[in-house]
Design a protein around this ligand. Structure first.
Ligand SMILES: Nc1ncnc2c1ncn2[C@@H]1O[C@H](COP(=O)(O)OP(=O)(O)OP(=O)(O)O)[C@@H](O)[C@H]1O
Ligand SMILES: [Mg+2]
Length: 244
């Protein structure tokens, strides 16, 4: 084998060793040292649709400033799990959630917790974009109006939200056009802008994320109420694989 090829092989081996080291699970106490605060804590969560057990015994923590990805085959329960995090499963007839889910140490399913308020604080970008059949402008302005926000300028809020979702340049000249006339990827970013308009400029992304065109689905949780979230960028932490 030529000498150059030997170097390539050694490089490949070193690279593979580095990947193998990186993939080793980090010890819990090491993780605890790097995660400043737990946002979600799930303990033995089961979800049923009628008698069908869709999710079995999920226990995990989601840390602040981390991006957590749920990866697994179609139908393994990724969407079901994410819907548990903002009580969207409550809206599905026959769906039942068992186990404990805490958000900032508060029981999300506890007595007296208003699911509408939960969904307002913990937004979600769906796998399939679902803009309202209204103008691009109205898609953004609708949420702030409904929850009684009084921005000094709605035009500015609309622009900043669309900029935050990196779609402003593509839509700034057609704000009065129907949002359904946008491409799939643009609709997806419009939906992210819609979440930014009510959640604030620095939402955190959680959950399966396949890019705008492939259909992203993610939980967006409210961060502007927690100024400490602004420090540093999010870290990526693949949480592991969900199996059927
Ligand atoms: N509303 C529902 N009623 C009954 N069963 C459901 C319902 N929603 C999902 N399921 C079932 O629960 C299981 C998990 O579905 P879920 O949508 O969470 O999968 P997923 O991992 O998000 O899949 P995909 O990658 O295809 O989006 C599947 O077997 C699905 O058929
Ligand atoms: Mg899904």
């Amino acid at each position: 084998m030529p000498e150059g090829r030997t170097h390539v092989k050694e490089d490949e081996q070193r690279h593979e060793t580095r990947i193998a080291d990186a993939l080793k699970a980090r010890p819990v106490d090491e993780r605890a040292a790097t995660v400043a605060e737990t946002v979600f804590r799930l303990d033995d969560v089961h979800v049923y649709y009628g008698s069908f057990l869709a999710l079995r015994g999920v226990t995990l923590d989601v840390g602040k400033n981390e991006i957590t990805a749920f990866i697994g085959p179609s139908g393994c329960g990724k969407s079901t799990l994410i819907r548990c995090l903002n009580r969207m499963n409550d809206l599905i007839p026959g769906a039942r959630v068992e186990g404990k889910i805490e958000y900032h140490d508060q029981d999300l399913y506890g007595d007296g917790v208003d699911p509408v308020e939960v969904r307002r604080r913990i937004g979600m970008v769906f796998q399939k974009p679902n803009p309202f059949p209204k103008s691009i402008y109205e898609n953004i302005a609708f949420g702030p109006r409904v929850i009684g926000m009084k921005p000094s300028s709605m035009d500015d809020l609309v622009e900043q939200s669309l900029r935050g979702a990196a779609v402003w340049d593509e839509v700034k000249d057609k704000l009065k056009h129907n949002a359904l006339a946008l491409s799939g990827g643009q609709q997806q970013r419009l939906c992210i802008a819609r979440a930014i308009a009510v959640l604030g400029p620095r939402p955190g992304l959680h959950g399966p994320h396949r890019g705008p065109d492939g259909g992203a689905e993610a939980g967006l949780h409210h961060r502007h109420r927690h100024p400490q979230h602004a420090a540093g960028g999010p870290r990526l932490r693949p949480h592991g694989v969900l199996h059927r």
